[in-house]
Design a protein around this ligand. Structure first.
Ligand SMILES: Cc1cc2nc3c(=O)[nH]c(=O)nc-3n(C[C@H](O)[C@H](O)[C@H](O)COP(=O)(O)O)c2cc1C
Length: 370
């Protein structure tokens, strides 16, 4: 596993399901990560938790992420991931969710650097693949101890460090602080992976170069446009039409059929994910370099990118930007049923006629995780 020169798909609870990861692979992603799995649940052999460690054979470079408060949980969970083919194991030290931090996992570990270093050192000793750690800048904005934490993690023998450039308290309310990420990258010799707010190929290269990080990691950008990986590799935008995008979403539905099975039960399981993905898909806007490169520097916060000032959008475009959850369910169902992308489009257009348009915009890309 080479942690340098890579564009990682971020660990994404719910979003990073196996069919979605396969979709990213189809669009140029080469390094994937699984959804965070609770080590204590893995140890109980929870079926749903073990499923989070499973990778597809096409994922040749797959990192499993675990949440644990102590080495005696992290090690068996890490070994279970290795048994299932993980190329490396990542320890989550960024998750801000109350239920996670109150159990001493996730971002809580940032507050206990010496304990964290002990956990990492024991993991490194016992797990036969590289161990990485994903952190935030600190617990609050005024308590940014990422430099100290990063040093402890490196000295404990971690192979790489991912830095999400926000504090636990900030969630997604501020733009990621790439200057802080750059400082940590400069202080460390292990590869540092920079993460936060990368939504276009040009910002990605800009931040990558300016910060001096070894690699970058993409979260919501991939959820909004899974083809971002190819754009970054080719240094050029793909601005798909609504019809082309519907084709991509149809492909995801097909991958869900393959994974969950093409029957009623499989559909039921897929419907827990597919409508959810539309909350992100509906935020796609072209954001061409020509029109956007300057404003992206001044307004790097992702939530500011989704204003809908355009009126008179073509029917399918309007439909795919629609933020209504009930519409996302209908779209998901028709994608599941459609034998091909063309018939999906015909059904989608029929749906657009049936539903009156909605005023407003796609809203904020805010979620609890991270
Ligand atoms: C839906 C969702 C689920 C997430 N789940 C996880 C997770 O399981 N583990 C983790 O370390 N971070 C998780 N994150 C945080 C991302 O990995 C990433 O650090 C964060 O979104 C910042 O990157 P971005 O600005 O590219 O989205 C999640 C983020 C989102 C939006």
């Amino acid at each position: 596993m080479d942690f340098r020169g890579q564009v990682f798909l971020a660990p994404l609870t719910k979003g990073g399901n196996l069919p979605f990861r396969r979709l990213c692979l189809a669009h140029g992603c080469t390094v994937t990560m699984g959804e965070m799995a609770y080590a204590y649940q893995v140890m109980k052999r929870s079926k749903s938790e073990l499923a989070l460690l499973r990778k597809h054979p096409d994922e040749t470079c797959f990192g499993a992420q675990i949440a644990a408060s102590k080495a005696s949980d992290a090690i068996p969970a890490g070994l279970a991931a290795v048994e299932r083919g993980a190329s490396w194991v990542d320890l989550n030290c960024g998750c801000p969710i109350h239920d996670v931090v109150k159990r001493g996992m996730g971002a809580t570990l940032l507050q206990r650097p010496a304990h964290l270093a002990k956990v990492v050192a024991e993991m490194v000793k016992a797990i036969p693949v590289p161990v990485s750690v994903k952190i935030r800048l600190g617990w609050t904005e005024s308590e940014q101890n990422a430099s100290e934490v990063a040093k402890a993690i490196e000295e404990a023998g971690a192979a790489a460090l991912c830095v999400h450039g926000r504090s636990r308290e900030q969630r997604y309310s501020r733009a990621a602080d790439w200057d802080a990420i750059a400082r940590i990258a400069a202080e460390r010799t292990i590869p540092v992976i920079g993460n936060g707010d990368l939504l276009t190929w040009y910002e990605t290269h800009d931040r990558w170069q300016a910060s001096g990080v070894a690699s970058v990691m993409i979260g919501r950008g991939a959820l909004i446009k899974p083809w971002l990986f190819r754009e970054i590799a080719e240094k050029k935008a793909w601005e798909p039409t609504a019809s082309e995008r519907l084709g991509v979403y149809h492909d995801l539905a097909q991958k869900m059929k393959t994974h969950f099975r093409d029957d009623e039960k499989g559909k039921e399981r897929a419907m827990r994910f597919l409508p959810w993905h539309f909350e992100f898909f509906c935020r796609y806007r072209p954001l061409s370099a020509e029109n956007f490169v300057e404003s992206a520097k001044n307004h790097p916060l992702m939530q500011t990118r989704f204003d809908d000032r355009e009126t008179d959008l073509p029917t399918l475009e309007r439909l795919l930007r629609d933020p209504r959850p009930e519409l996302h369910t209908r779209l998901s169902e028709l994608l599941w049923l459609a034998p091909d992308a063309a018939s999906a489009e015909a059904s989608a257009l029929a749906l657009a006629v049936e539903l009156p348009p909605v005023e407003g915009q796609a809203g904020e890309v805010v979620t609890a995780h991270g």
